[in-house]
Design a protein around this ligand. Structure first.
Ligand SMILES: N[C@@H](Cc1c[nH]cn1)C(=O)NCC(=O)O
Length: 452
Protein backbone atom coordinates (compact mmCIF):
# COMPACT_ATOMS: atom_id res chain seq x y z
CA UNK A 1 0.00 0.00 0.00
CA UNK A 2 1.20 3.53 -0.78
CA UNK A 3 1.42 5.73 2.31
CA UNK A 4 0.44 9.36 2.84
CA UNK A 5 3.32 11.68 2.15
CA UNK A 6 5.16 9.04 0.11
CA UNK A 7 5.60 11.37 -2.89
CA UNK A 8 7.03 14.14 -0.72
CA UNK A 9 9.51 11.76 0.89
CA UNK A 10 10.53 10.36 -2.51
CA UNK A 11 10.63 13.85 -4.05
CA UNK A 12 13.05 15.10 -1.39
CA UNK A 13 15.18 11.97 -1.82
CA UNK A 14 15.29 12.28 -5.59
CA UNK A 15 16.14 15.98 -5.30
CA UNK A 16 19.07 15.07 -3.03
CA UNK A 17 20.23 12.48 -5.60
CA UNK A 18 19.87 14.95 -8.47
CA UNK A 19 22.01 17.45 -6.54
CA UNK A 20 24.54 14.67 -5.89
CA UNK A 21 24.78 14.04 -9.64
CA UNK A 22 25.29 17.79 -10.18
CA UNK A 23 28.15 17.80 -7.66
CA UNK A 24 29.59 14.60 -9.18
CA UNK A 25 29.71 16.03 -12.68
CA UNK A 26 30.51 19.70 -11.93
CA UNK A 27 34.28 19.23 -11.96
CA UNK A 28 34.12 17.71 -15.46
CA UNK A 29 32.61 20.95 -16.76
CA UNK A 30 35.43 22.92 -15.13
CA UNK A 31 38.33 21.04 -16.79
CA UNK A 32 39.86 24.03 -18.58
CA UNK A 33 39.59 26.32 -15.53
CA UNK A 34 40.96 23.55 -13.30
CA UNK A 35 44.04 23.21 -15.52
CA UNK A 36 44.80 26.93 -14.94
CA UNK A 37 43.88 27.02 -11.27
CA UNK A 38 45.91 23.97 -10.23
CA UNK A 39 48.56 24.39 -12.92
CA UNK A 40 47.98 20.68 -13.66
CA UNK A 41 48.39 18.38 -16.66
CA UNK A 42 45.55 16.29 -18.10
CA UNK A 43 46.74 13.16 -16.30
CA UNK A 44 46.87 14.97 -12.94
CA UNK A 45 43.34 16.21 -13.56
CA UNK A 46 42.18 12.67 -14.33
CA UNK A 47 43.40 11.74 -10.81
CA UNK A 48 40.65 14.05 -9.45
CA UNK A 49 38.00 11.90 -11.19
CA UNK A 50 39.61 8.57 -10.38
CA UNK A 51 40.00 9.40 -6.67
CA UNK A 52 36.41 10.60 -6.51
CA UNK A 53 35.14 7.35 -8.13
CA UNK A 54 37.39 5.22 -5.91
CA UNK A 55 36.04 6.89 -2.77
CA UNK A 56 32.49 6.46 -4.10
CA UNK A 57 32.91 2.76 -4.92
CA UNK A 58 34.95 2.00 -1.79
CA UNK A 59 32.25 3.39 0.50
CA UNK A 60 29.31 1.46 -0.98
CA UNK A 61 29.38 -1.49 1.43
CA UNK A 62 29.94 0.54 4.63
CA UNK A 63 27.25 2.96 3.52
CA UNK A 64 24.83 0.12 2.70
CA UNK A 65 25.34 -1.26 6.21
CA UNK A 66 24.89 2.19 7.75
CA UNK A 67 21.62 2.68 5.83
CA UNK A 68 20.31 -0.58 7.24
CA UNK A 69 21.33 0.51 10.73
CA UNK A 70 20.41 4.20 10.84
CA UNK A 71 17.91 4.56 8.00
CA UNK A 72 18.12 6.64 4.81
CA UNK A 73 17.20 10.07 6.23
CA UNK A 74 20.37 10.55 8.25
CA UNK A 75 22.57 9.29 5.44
CA UNK A 76 20.96 11.43 2.74
CA UNK A 77 21.37 14.49 4.98
CA UNK A 78 24.95 13.47 5.86
CA UNK A 79 25.71 13.01 2.14
CA UNK A 80 24.45 16.51 1.37
CA UNK A 81 26.56 17.94 4.22
CA UNK A 82 29.70 16.17 2.98
CA UNK A 83 29.16 17.33 -0.60
CA UNK A 84 28.59 20.88 0.61
CA UNK A 85 31.89 20.73 2.51
CA UNK A 86 33.65 19.19 -0.51
CA UNK A 87 32.47 21.80 -2.99
CA UNK A 88 33.31 24.59 -0.57
CA UNK A 89 36.78 23.10 -0.10
CA UNK A 90 37.16 23.13 -3.91
CA UNK A 91 35.95 26.73 -4.04
CA UNK A 92 38.90 27.81 -1.88
CA UNK A 93 41.47 25.19 -2.95
CA UNK A 94 44.48 26.37 -4.93
CA UNK A 95 46.73 23.31 -4.81
CA UNK A 96 46.28 19.83 -6.29
CA UNK A 97 46.23 18.23 -2.83
CA UNK A 98 43.56 20.60 -1.54
CA UNK A 99 41.52 20.05 -4.70
CA UNK A 100 41.71 16.28 -4.41
CA UNK A 101 40.64 16.54 -0.76
CA UNK A 102 37.55 18.44 -1.95
CA UNK A 103 36.76 15.86 -4.62
CA UNK A 104 37.16 13.06 -2.06
CA UNK A 105 34.58 14.70 0.19
CA UNK A 106 32.24 15.04 -2.80
CA UNK A 107 32.77 11.34 -3.67
CA UNK A 108 32.01 10.37 -0.06
CA UNK A 109 28.82 12.42 0.11
CA UNK A 110 27.74 11.11 -3.28
CA UNK A 111 28.30 7.53 -2.07
CA UNK A 112 25.84 8.11 0.78
CA UNK A 113 23.02 9.32 -1.40
CA UNK A 114 21.85 6.95 -4.15
CA UNK A 115 21.50 3.70 -2.21
CA UNK A 116 19.81 5.58 0.65
CA UNK A 117 17.23 7.03 -1.74
CA UNK A 118 16.56 3.58 -3.23
CA UNK A 119 16.13 2.26 0.32
CA UNK A 120 13.15 4.61 0.80
CA UNK A 121 11.12 3.05 -2.01
CA UNK A 122 10.08 -0.33 -0.55
CA UNK A 123 9.24 1.36 2.76
CA UNK A 124 6.86 3.87 1.18
CA UNK A 125 5.46 2.25 -1.98
CA UNK A 126 3.77 -1.04 -2.88
CA UNK A 127 6.16 -3.63 -4.40
CA UNK A 128 4.58 -3.46 -7.88
CA UNK A 129 5.49 0.23 -8.14
CA UNK A 130 9.07 -0.08 -6.99
CA UNK A 131 10.74 -1.14 -10.31
CA UNK A 132 9.28 1.84 -12.21
CA UNK A 133 10.05 4.25 -9.36
CA UNK A 134 13.59 2.89 -9.19
CA UNK A 135 13.95 3.80 -12.86
CA UNK A 136 12.45 7.26 -12.31
CA UNK A 137 14.87 7.83 -9.44
CA UNK A 138 17.77 7.07 -11.80
CA UNK A 139 16.33 9.16 -14.63
CA UNK A 140 15.52 12.27 -12.60
CA UNK A 141 18.91 12.01 -10.93
CA UNK A 142 20.66 12.12 -14.30
CA UNK A 143 19.05 15.53 -14.90
CA UNK A 144 21.56 16.79 -12.35
CA UNK A 145 24.09 16.65 -15.19
CA UNK A 146 22.11 19.36 -16.94
CA UNK A 147 22.42 21.58 -13.87
CA UNK A 148 26.20 21.24 -14.00
CA UNK A 149 26.38 21.63 -17.78
CA UNK A 150 24.23 24.80 -17.95
CA UNK A 151 23.76 26.95 -14.80
CA UNK A 152 26.97 25.81 -13.10
CA UNK A 153 29.02 26.28 -16.29
CA UNK A 154 27.43 29.71 -16.73
CA UNK A 155 28.35 30.74 -13.16
CA UNK A 156 31.87 29.44 -13.65
CA UNK A 157 32.44 31.36 -16.86
CA UNK A 158 30.75 34.58 -15.76
CA UNK A 159 31.59 34.85 -12.03
CA UNK A 160 34.62 32.62 -11.69
CA UNK A 161 35.75 29.46 -9.93
CA UNK A 162 35.15 30.32 -6.25
CA UNK A 163 31.64 31.73 -6.80
CA UNK A 164 30.58 28.77 -8.96
CA UNK A 165 31.76 26.15 -6.47
CA UNK A 166 30.31 28.10 -3.54
CA UNK A 167 27.01 28.15 -5.45
CA UNK A 168 27.24 24.38 -5.91
CA UNK A 169 27.89 24.02 -2.18
CA UNK A 170 24.77 26.11 -1.48
CA UNK A 171 22.69 23.70 -3.58
CA UNK A 172 23.67 20.90 -1.21
CA UNK A 173 22.56 23.05 1.76
CA UNK A 174 19.10 23.13 0.16
CA UNK A 175 19.18 19.33 -0.30
CA UNK A 176 20.25 18.97 3.34
CA UNK A 177 17.38 21.12 4.64
CA UNK A 178 14.77 19.42 2.44
CA UNK A 179 15.90 15.95 3.46
CA UNK A 180 15.79 16.77 7.16
CA UNK A 181 12.36 18.40 6.86
CA UNK A 182 10.64 16.01 4.45
CA UNK A 183 12.23 12.59 4.64
CA UNK A 184 11.07 9.95 7.09
CA UNK A 185 12.61 6.49 7.02
CA UNK A 186 9.24 4.80 7.02
CA UNK A 187 5.57 5.62 7.45
CA UNK A 188 4.38 6.00 11.01
CA UNK A 189 2.54 3.02 12.46
CA UNK A 190 3.59 -0.35 13.77
CA UNK A 191 7.30 -1.07 13.37
CA UNK A 192 7.96 -3.36 10.41
CA UNK A 193 10.74 -5.99 10.27
CA UNK A 194 13.40 -5.53 12.92
CA UNK A 195 17.01 -4.75 12.10
CA UNK A 196 19.18 -7.61 10.88
CA UNK A 197 19.91 -10.06 13.62
CA UNK A 198 23.57 -10.86 14.26
CA UNK A 199 25.13 -7.43 13.60
CA UNK A 200 26.67 -5.79 10.55
CA UNK A 201 29.18 -8.51 9.69
CA UNK A 202 26.59 -11.20 9.42
CA UNK A 203 24.30 -8.86 7.44
CA UNK A 204 27.13 -8.33 4.93
CA UNK A 205 27.94 -12.03 4.81
CA UNK A 206 24.26 -12.91 4.42
CA UNK A 207 23.74 -10.37 1.64
CA UNK A 208 26.82 -11.67 -0.18
CA UNK A 209 25.85 -15.33 0.27
CA UNK A 210 22.51 -14.62 -1.40
CA UNK A 211 23.11 -15.39 -5.12
CA UNK A 212 20.44 -12.81 -6.05
CA UNK A 213 22.72 -10.07 -4.65
CA UNK A 214 25.62 -11.38 -6.74
CA UNK A 215 23.41 -11.59 -9.81
CA UNK A 216 22.61 -7.91 -9.20
CA UNK A 217 26.31 -7.09 -8.83
CA UNK A 218 27.22 -8.81 -12.12
CA UNK A 219 24.25 -7.20 -13.85
CA UNK A 220 25.41 -3.74 -12.75
CA UNK A 221 29.01 -4.64 -13.58
CA UNK A 222 28.21 -5.85 -17.10
CA UNK A 223 25.91 -3.21 -18.50
CA UNK A 224 26.59 0.00 -16.64
CA UNK A 225 30.30 0.38 -17.47
CA UNK A 226 30.32 0.76 -21.29
CA UNK A 227 28.12 3.88 -21.07
CA UNK A 228 29.97 5.27 -18.05
CA UNK A 229 33.37 4.85 -19.73
CA UNK A 230 32.01 6.52 -22.85
CA UNK A 231 30.42 9.51 -21.11
CA UNK A 232 32.89 10.10 -18.29
CA UNK A 233 36.15 9.55 -20.09
CA UNK A 234 36.81 8.15 -23.54
CA UNK A 235 33.70 8.85 -25.64
CA UNK A 236 34.39 12.47 -26.51
CA UNK A 237 38.08 12.09 -27.48
CA UNK A 238 37.23 8.90 -29.40
CA UNK A 239 34.51 10.62 -31.41
CA UNK A 240 36.43 13.82 -32.12
CA UNK A 241 40.01 12.60 -32.53
CA UNK A 242 39.37 9.00 -33.59
CA UNK A 243 36.17 9.04 -35.64
CA UNK A 244 36.80 12.60 -36.87
CA UNK A 245 33.35 13.76 -35.79
CA UNK A 246 32.96 17.55 -35.43
CA UNK A 247 32.85 18.95 -31.88
CA UNK A 248 29.15 20.01 -32.17
CA UNK A 249 28.22 16.55 -33.49
CA UNK A 250 30.11 14.90 -30.61
CA UNK A 251 28.19 17.11 -28.15
CA UNK A 252 24.95 16.18 -29.90
CA UNK A 253 25.79 12.46 -29.57
CA UNK A 254 26.44 12.96 -25.84
CA UNK A 255 23.10 14.73 -25.42
CA UNK A 256 21.42 12.00 -27.44
CA UNK A 257 22.88 9.52 -24.94
CA UNK A 258 21.11 11.22 -22.02
CA UNK A 259 17.85 11.45 -24.01
CA UNK A 260 17.80 7.74 -24.85
CA UNK A 261 18.60 6.82 -21.24
CA UNK A 262 15.70 8.97 -20.04
CA UNK A 263 13.24 7.61 -22.61
CA UNK A 264 13.87 3.92 -22.14
CA UNK A 265 14.03 3.93 -18.31
CA UNK A 266 10.27 3.84 -17.59
CA UNK A 267 9.70 1.23 -20.29
CA UNK A 268 12.40 -1.00 -18.79
CA UNK A 269 10.98 -0.47 -15.29
CA UNK A 270 7.49 -1.49 -16.43
CA UNK A 271 8.87 -4.51 -18.28
CA UNK A 272 10.82 -5.68 -15.24
CA UNK A 273 7.70 -5.30 -13.09
CA UNK A 274 5.76 -7.51 -15.50
CA UNK A 275 8.43 -10.14 -16.17
CA UNK A 276 10.50 -10.58 -13.01
CA UNK A 277 11.57 -14.08 -14.02
CA UNK A 278 13.13 -12.83 -17.25
CA UNK A 279 15.23 -9.99 -15.86
CA UNK A 280 18.56 -11.68 -16.44
CA UNK A 281 17.56 -12.52 -20.02
CA UNK A 282 16.90 -8.82 -20.62
CA UNK A 283 20.29 -7.99 -19.11
CA UNK A 284 22.03 -10.50 -21.40
CA UNK A 285 20.18 -9.11 -24.43
CA UNK A 286 21.33 -5.58 -23.58
CA UNK A 287 24.92 -6.79 -23.10
CA UNK A 288 24.76 -8.63 -26.45
CA UNK A 289 23.42 -5.52 -28.18
CA UNK A 290 26.24 -3.40 -26.72
CA UNK A 291 28.91 -5.86 -27.82
CA UNK A 292 27.35 -6.11 -31.32
CA UNK A 293 27.16 -2.31 -31.70
CA UNK A 294 30.80 -1.84 -30.63
CA UNK A 295 31.89 -4.65 -32.94
CA UNK A 296 30.07 -3.09 -35.91
CA UNK A 297 31.71 0.29 -35.24
CA UNK A 298 35.15 -1.23 -34.75
CA UNK A 299 34.98 -3.33 -37.91
CA UNK A 300 33.69 -0.48 -40.07
CA UNK A 301 36.38 0.37 -42.64
CA UNK A 302 37.50 3.94 -41.86
CA UNK A 303 35.48 6.42 -39.77
CA UNK A 304 32.03 5.08 -38.88
CA UNK A 305 28.98 6.82 -40.40
CA UNK A 306 26.84 8.99 -38.13
CA UNK A 307 23.87 6.58 -38.22
CA UNK A 308 26.10 3.81 -36.82
CA UNK A 309 27.44 6.10 -34.10
CA UNK A 310 23.86 7.05 -33.20
CA UNK A 311 23.03 3.35 -32.92
CA UNK A 312 26.10 2.76 -30.73
CA UNK A 313 25.25 5.68 -28.44
CA UNK A 314 21.61 4.51 -28.14
CA UNK A 315 22.60 1.00 -27.12
CA UNK A 316 25.24 2.25 -24.65
CA UNK A 317 22.68 4.61 -23.14
CA UNK A 318 20.31 1.71 -22.35
CA UNK A 319 23.03 0.41 -20.00
CA UNK A 320 22.28 3.13 -17.40
CA UNK A 321 18.62 2.25 -16.86
CA UNK A 322 19.35 -1.40 -17.69
CA UNK A 323 21.83 -1.65 -14.83
CA UNK A 324 19.05 -0.61 -12.43
CA UNK A 325 17.75 -4.18 -12.88
CA UNK A 326 20.70 -5.09 -10.63
CA UNK A 327 19.06 -3.16 -7.76
CA UNK A 328 15.80 -4.96 -8.45
CA UNK A 329 17.59 -8.27 -7.91
CA UNK A 330 18.98 -6.96 -4.61
CA UNK A 331 15.50 -5.87 -3.52
CA UNK A 332 13.61 -9.00 -4.43
CA UNK A 333 16.17 -11.51 -3.11
CA UNK A 334 16.91 -9.84 0.24
CA UNK A 335 14.83 -9.00 3.30
CA UNK A 336 14.28 -5.30 4.02
CA UNK A 337 16.66 -5.49 7.00
CA UNK A 338 19.72 -5.92 4.75
CA UNK A 339 18.51 -4.19 1.61
CA UNK A 340 20.93 -1.26 1.96
CA UNK A 341 23.90 -3.62 2.31
CA UNK A 342 22.80 -5.66 -0.74
CA UNK A 343 22.21 -2.49 -2.78
CA UNK A 344 25.68 -1.23 -1.82
CA UNK A 345 27.23 -4.49 -3.03
CA UNK A 346 25.38 -4.22 -6.36
CA UNK A 347 26.36 -0.57 -6.86
CA UNK A 348 30.07 -1.40 -6.66
CA UNK A 349 29.81 -3.51 -9.83
CA UNK A 350 29.39 -0.85 -12.50
CA UNK A 351 31.81 1.60 -10.94
CA UNK A 352 34.52 -1.05 -10.45
CA UNK A 353 34.13 -2.21 -14.06
CA UNK A 354 34.24 1.42 -15.25
CA UNK A 355 37.45 2.20 -13.34
CA UNK A 356 39.13 -0.99 -14.59
CA UNK A 357 38.10 -0.31 -18.21
CA UNK A 358 39.04 3.38 -18.13
CA UNK A 359 42.49 2.46 -16.87
CA UNK A 360 43.01 -0.42 -19.32
CA UNK A 361 41.92 1.64 -22.33
CA UNK A 362 44.41 4.38 -21.40
CA UNK A 363 47.12 1.79 -20.83
CA UNK A 364 46.61 0.14 -24.25
CA UNK A 365 46.52 3.55 -25.96
CA UNK A 366 49.84 4.46 -24.31
CA UNK A 367 51.41 1.10 -25.21
CA UNK A 368 50.36 1.34 -28.86
CA UNK A 369 51.70 4.89 -29.01
CA UNK A 370 55.00 4.00 -27.35
CA UNK A 371 55.37 0.98 -29.67
CA UNK A 372 55.11 3.26 -32.73
CA UNK A 373 51.79 1.70 -33.83
CA UNK A 374 49.79 4.94 -33.70
CA UNK A 375 51.60 6.95 -36.41
CA UNK A 376 52.61 9.55 -33.82
CA UNK A 377 48.95 10.18 -32.91
CA UNK A 378 47.96 8.94 -29.45
CA UNK A 379 44.29 9.01 -30.50
CA UNK A 380 44.75 7.30 -33.87
CA UNK A 381 41.48 5.64 -35.01
CA UNK A 382 42.82 2.07 -35.24
CA UNK A 383 44.68 2.37 -31.93
CA UNK A 384 41.57 3.76 -30.26
CA UNK A 385 39.47 0.87 -31.60
CA UNK A 386 42.00 -1.70 -30.38
CA UNK A 387 42.15 -0.04 -26.95
CA UNK A 388 38.36 0.16 -26.65
CA UNK A 389 38.16 -3.56 -27.46
CA UNK A 390 39.39 -4.31 -23.90
CA UNK A 391 35.78 -3.68 -22.95
CA UNK A 392 34.87 -7.04 -24.49
CA UNK A 393 37.12 -8.79 -21.98
CA UNK A 394 35.58 -6.89 -19.05
CA UNK A 395 32.10 -7.66 -20.38
CA UNK A 396 32.91 -11.36 -20.71
CA UNK A 397 33.89 -11.48 -17.03
CA UNK A 398 30.51 -9.93 -16.17
CA UNK A 399 28.54 -12.26 -18.44
CA UNK A 400 30.28 -15.28 -16.92
CA UNK A 401 29.26 -13.97 -13.47
CA UNK A 402 25.65 -13.56 -14.60
CA UNK A 403 25.47 -17.09 -16.00
CA UNK A 404 27.09 -18.59 -12.91
CA UNK A 405 24.83 -16.87 -10.38
CA UNK A 406 21.74 -17.36 -12.52
CA UNK A 407 22.45 -21.10 -12.66
CA UNK A 408 22.66 -21.24 -8.86
CA UNK A 409 19.39 -19.32 -8.50
CA UNK A 410 17.56 -21.47 -11.04
CA UNK A 411 18.81 -24.64 -9.36
CA UNK A 412 17.49 -23.37 -6.01
CA UNK A 413 14.15 -22.46 -7.59
CA UNK A 414 13.91 -25.91 -9.17
CA UNK A 415 14.63 -27.57 -5.83
CA UNK A 416 11.70 -25.58 -4.42
CA UNK A 417 9.47 -26.86 -7.24
CA UNK A 418 9.58 -23.55 -9.17
CA UNK A 419 10.51 -24.53 -12.71
CA UNK A 420 11.06 -21.76 -15.23
CA UNK A 421 9.23 -22.51 -18.50
CA UNK A 422 11.43 -22.27 -21.63
CA UNK A 423 11.53 -18.75 -23.07
CA UNK A 424 9.77 -19.78 -26.30
CA UNK A 425 6.88 -21.31 -24.35
CA UNK A 426 6.62 -18.27 -22.09
CA UNK A 427 6.60 -15.91 -25.09
CA UNK A 428 3.79 -17.93 -26.72
CA UNK A 429 1.77 -17.69 -23.50
CA UNK A 430 2.44 -13.97 -23.31
CA UNK A 431 1.12 -13.50 -26.88
CA UNK A 432 -1.93 -15.57 -25.97
CA UNK A 433 -2.48 -13.43 -22.84
CA UNK A 434 -2.28 -10.22 -24.88
CA UNK A 435 -4.79 -11.58 -27.40
CA UNK A 436 -7.32 -12.52 -24.75
CA UNK A 437 -6.72 -9.19 -23.01
CA UNK A 438 -7.54 -7.35 -26.24
CA UNK A 439 -10.69 -9.46 -26.68
CA UNK A 440 -11.97 -8.74 -23.17
CA UNK A 441 -11.72 -5.01 -23.92
CA UNK A 442 -11.51 -2.65 -21.00
CA UNK A 443 -10.22 -5.33 -18.62
CA UNK A 444 -6.71 -4.53 -17.58
CA UNK A 445 -4.30 -7.43 -16.96
CA UNK A 446 -1.83 -6.87 -14.21
CA UNK A 447 0.55 -9.78 -14.49
CA UNK A 448 2.45 -11.06 -17.48
CA UNK A 449 2.44 -14.64 -18.70
CA UNK A 450 6.17 -14.83 -18.16
CA UNK A 451 5.76 -14.54 -14.42
CA UNK A 452 4.52 -18.08 -13.91
N1 LIG B 1 22.57 3.02 -13.39
C1 LIG B 1 22.88 4.25 -12.74
C2 LIG B 1 21.80 5.29 -12.70
C3 LIG B 1 21.11 5.53 -14.04
C4 LIG B 1 19.80 5.40 -14.27
N2 LIG B 1 19.59 5.78 -15.54
C5 LIG B 1 20.73 6.10 -16.04
N3 LIG B 1 21.66 5.98 -15.12
C6 LIG B 1 23.42 3.97 -11.35
O1 LIG B 1 23.65 2.84 -11.00
N4 LIG B 1 23.66 4.99 -10.58
C7 LIG B 1 24.25 4.97 -9.29
C8 LIG B 1 24.53 6.39 -8.88
O2 LIG B 1 25.03 6.63 -7.77
O3 LIG B 1 24.25 7.30 -9.66
Amino acid sequence: MKHRGAWLVWGAGVFAYMVAVTQRTAFGVAGVEATDRFDATASVLSVFTVVQLLVYAGLQIPVGMLVDRFGPRLLIAGGAALMCAGQFQLAVADSVGAGIAGRSLVGAGDALTFISVLRLLPAWFPPARVPVLTQWTGIIGQLGQIASAIPFAFLLRSLGWSTAFTGAAALSVLALILSLVLIRNKPSGPRPAAAAAGGPESSLAAAWRQPGTRLGLWTHFTIQFPGTVFVLMWGYPYLVSGEQVSAPMASFLMTFFVTVAILCGPWLGAWVGRHPLRRSTMVLLIAGAMAAAWLAVMLWPGPAPVWLLLLLVSVLAIGGPGSMIGFDFARTFNPASRLGTATGIVNIGGFAASLISMYLIGLVLDMLYAGGFSNGNLYDLTSFRIALAVQFAVMLVGIAGIFRTRRIIRARMASEGLDLPPLREALARERQRRRSQRRSSGQEGTTGELED
